[in-house]
Design a binder for this molecule. Structure first.
Ligand code: IVH
Length: 682
């Protein structure tokens, strides 16, 4: 018997350790042991539980792997219906809610809690005697599906809570799939030829309502809890804010972005901040929720219909919508790429009318099975061109047309596929997904090259936009980007153009002249050498002092620059060999557009190492840290990529950087370690 007690003790100890480390990793985002050590402990526990099945408990951490599949999900009744929230779409709605609430309460002010409105699935979690016993979806608000086994696979849901917790309580929260997990899942599905999920919310829904919990276990779902429905047998805090704090004590994951405010203007400020920053969040949020803080006020305010009066959701402008794809068009890019794009039935998404969206390339369009005539999901993000996410299969009528790029551009007259702009020959280089117009003089390509040259990240010539370039080309005032510098001799003609006016023509010429000061990386980027983006241009300028220097560089020499491979090197060499480009370069030289760069020193201690800093450092500002890193030959970046050597974690770090670093396996160091690397501390 004492044997079994020993075993029980051993098992208890293992469970305690596993729960603790699970909590550090999944709730606090701050692991203390390696994954391998964790797996080791888990194996020990599993082995003991297999040997002594009588000691297996439903809240054992071993139960997170996923139980056996079921035939169908059971149904659970909600003891109190799961409500929805009233919506505000504009500021006035928010103020109206606030004024109404003040009046109902007969007060002049009340505290509020602002939270993100997570775009996932609302779920209910019931704990009895410290153990997670039931979990369900919202369902119709009255009855939901029993997803207990699936929820157990989510590591940030505690399977048990401290003994001090109320003997019976129910919390509600949102299960969601982080953006990285969503991308990974869709990539896998793409490889397996499965239909893609349109957004993380659909993916989360598909993952949590699985009959086989082992599938849920693989999906990296997460949770934030935001509501205590009831708690029996113990006094609960008098405010929502304190309840959220209490959740943390019980081991739940609570969104660190939550804020308590006093004035409605502060709530509006919170909304504005997150409307701007929403894309940097590691999860999708579709608005904010504002809740009265006092629990007594909740009782006093009550509900109307199925919406509580004590809270309101203030929605962000939408980023996804649906519409009909009327036709697929083809545009010609600066490098001659033939770019398919969607011509849409105009649709309002987040206050912007969308009529066009990109389709990337033929392969991608086929893979997503997007057809002409389909109803599609459209997604916009900031100012970039909207994207067609995928078709809505349930709306297919059978009339839709499968897309073939070569059929689209077939010219009867020429008896072959032809560039839709210049009629030039179309080629598809081996191993590439894009088709190209092979005529370098194609007006669309020339236009694109000049647009790149004048763009913000390149020579930044204000006042010279798409339309103006079109006119300049049409009037044959320029043939290429370098000709812009001779426009000052043609001021009169510019004044005539589109009735520009003396002043406006003068400003344009001034802007062009000013661009002569632009740095080498800007010019390099603006030249549009294939595969040379901003980052590569920066790198090249660290090693070559001007365009002469670079034009003489041989392939092998170029490849000694970190992250420049054969593809980029070949493209650079080819660029400087081409007659058309030599002509442009000569014109630039004569115009005095020939920036010189001071070279960074080679062989410095941090050469080739890339640092990203997140959060606040104590010793110096981020800018100072960046310049110290650079002074030692290192690279300082703002975003974690596969090239990042170290993520330096300061106080209050950005969650998405941490998640990305974790996903990519990037080494994380603290400020002390950074100081040691910079030689400021031993
Ligand atoms: S409070 C009585 N807080 O929004 C309602 N809901 O439109 C209690 N949601 O069904 C909900 N984030 O699924 C609350 N921070 C948050 C939320 C949130 C997302 C969802 C929830 C709810 C829906 C209502």
């Amino acid at each position: 018997m004492s044997d079994l007690t020993d075993i029980q003790n051993k098992i208890d100890e293992l469970r305690k350790q596993l729960n603790y480390h699970n909590y550090r990793y999944h709730v606090l985002d701050s692991p203390e042991i390696s994954d391998a050590e964790y797996d080791g402990l888990m194996q020990q526990l599993r082995k003991l539980e297999e040997q002594y099945p009588q000691l297996l408990m439903p809240d054992s951490p071993s139960q997170r792997v996923g139980a056996a599949p079921v035939e169908a999900l059971g149904v659970l009744e909600h003891p109190v219906p799961m409500l929805s929230l009233g919506n505000a779409f504009v500021t006035e709605d928010l103020y109206a809610w606030h004024t109404r609430t003040l009046k109902l309460l007969g007060v002049e002010q009340f505290d509020m809690v602002c939270e993100h409105k997570m775009d996932g699935l609302s779920i209910a979690l019931t704990y009895e005697n410290g153990i997670f016993v039931r979990g369900s979806t919202r369902g119709d608000g009255f009855r939901g599906e029993d997803i207990t086994q699936n929820l157990k696979t989510i590591h940030s849901i505690p399977l048990s809570v401290p003994k001090s917790a109320p003997p019976r309580f129910e919390v509600r929260g949102e299960v969601y799939l982080p953006k990285v997990g969503f991308q990974k899942l869709n990539k896998e599905r793409e490889n397996e030829g499965l239909p893609l999920f349109a957004n993380p919310r659909n993916a989360a829904a598909g993952s949590i309502r699985q009959l086989d919990p082992r599938i849920t276990a693989k999906r990296n779902l997460d949770i934030y809890v935001y509501w205590l429905l009831y708690a029996y047998g113990k006094m609960m805090p008098e405010t929502h804010w304190e309840t959220l704090e209490y959740f943390k004590e019980l081991g739940f994951r609570v969104n660190p972005a939550n804020r308590r405010v006093k004035r409605i203007e502060e709530a509006e400020e919170y909304y504005k901040t997150w409307t701007e920053k929403r894309e940097t969040l590691p999860y999708e949020a579709d608005g904010i929720v504002i809740k009265a803080d006092s629990m007594e006020y909740h009782t006093r305010l009550g509900d109307v219909g199925r919406e509580p009066r004590w809270a309101i959701a203030y929605k962000f402008p939408a980023i996804q919508g649906t519409t009909k794809l009327k036709e697929i068009g083809i545009s010609v890019g600066r490098t001659g790429t033939l770019n398919p794009f969607a011509i849409l039935e105009p649709v309002q998404i987040g206050g912007v009318t969308i009529e066009r969206a990109t389709l990337h390339n033929e392969d991608d369009t086929r893979r997503k099975d997007i057809r002409e005539g389909d109803w599609v999901y459209i997604q916009r993000a900031g100012d970039v061109i909207p994207d067609v996410v995928g078709p809505i299969l349930s709306k297919r009528t059978g009339e839709e047309k499968v897309f073939s790029l070569l059929d689209k551009i077939y010219s009867q007259e020429k008896g072959r596929p032809a560039c839709p702009v210049c009629g030039g020959e179309v080629v598809k280089p081996e191993g590439e997904v894009m088709y190209y117009c092979s005529n370098a003089a194609c007006p669309a390509q020339v236009q694109g090259r000049i647009e790149l040259f004048v763009s913000r990240s390149a020579m930044d010539i204000r006042g010279v936009g798409e339309k103006f370039i079109e006119v300049l080309l049409k009037e044959e005032l320029v043939k290429d980007a370098a000709d812009l510098y001779s426009l000052k001799e043609k001021k009169e003609q510019i004044v005539q153009l589109e009735k520009k006016g003396e002043k406006s023509a003068g400003n344009i010429i001034k802007a062009i002249e000013k661009s002569k000061q632009a740095s080498l990386p800007r010019l390099l980027f603006g030249l549009g050498i294939r595969h040379v983006g901003e980052e590569t241009a920066n790198l090249l300028a660290e090693h070559y002092k001007d365009l002469d220097d670079l034009s003489r560089a041989e392939r092998e020499k170029l490849m000694t620059v970190a992250s420049i491979g054969p593809k980029i090197a070949d493209s650079i060499v080819a660029f400087f060999h081409e007659e058309r480009n030599r002509v442009i370069l000569e014109k630039l030289r004569r115009a005095g557009v020939w920036p010189q760069q001071e070279l960074a020193q080679q062989g410095l201690p941090l050469s080739g190492q890339e640092f990203v800093i997140t959060g606040t450092l104590e010793t110096f500002s981020r800018e100072e840290a960046h310049s110290r890193i650079k002074a030692l030959g290192g690279i300082a970046k703002d975003n974690v990529t596969k090239n990042t050597t170290y993520l330096v974690v300061g106080a209050d770090p950005g969650e998405n950087k941490l998640i990305r670093a974790r996903a990519l396996g990037t080494a994380q160091i603290n400020e002390e370690k950074l100081l040691a690397i910079l030689g400021q501390k031993n």
